[in-house]
Ligand binder design. Sequence first.
Ligand code: SF4
Ligand code: SF4
Length: 122
Amino acid sequence: MPHDETFAKLTRSTFRCRRCGACCRIPDGIVRVSGAEIARIAAFLGMTETEFIERETEISPDRKSLILKSRLNGACAWLTEDNLCRINAVKPERCRTFPLEWTNADSFQICPGLERKDLVRP
Ligand code: SF4
Ligand code: SF4
């Protein structure tokens, strides 16, 4: 299912997040963070931006931006065992907008909330 405007409207009205955390555990998934996002997250954590950048980010594979660090299993470092986001109040836009604003080819295999039967009203 393409991520067009109709899809976005459909998901916005009927999407139900299962709080499974699967979207935060994609092995080769990356979460880019902008300068403004870094400032916001660092302030939330009581860290300086430099501390946050040094401890919690790394260079993206394409070397174009900073991304949040992952654990060895590929899960985002901020994901708790209960599938909660420890920086939920200030999480990056990339996280806040999935899957209502963007999806990719793998999203429908990853996100159980995107099952078509759940998205289409009877
Ligand atoms: S920042 Fe939070 S929402 Fe984003 S990938 Fe990490 S745990 Fe998930
Ligand atoms: S994979 Fe989908 S259902 Fe699971 S937490 Fe992420 S958005 Fe919610």
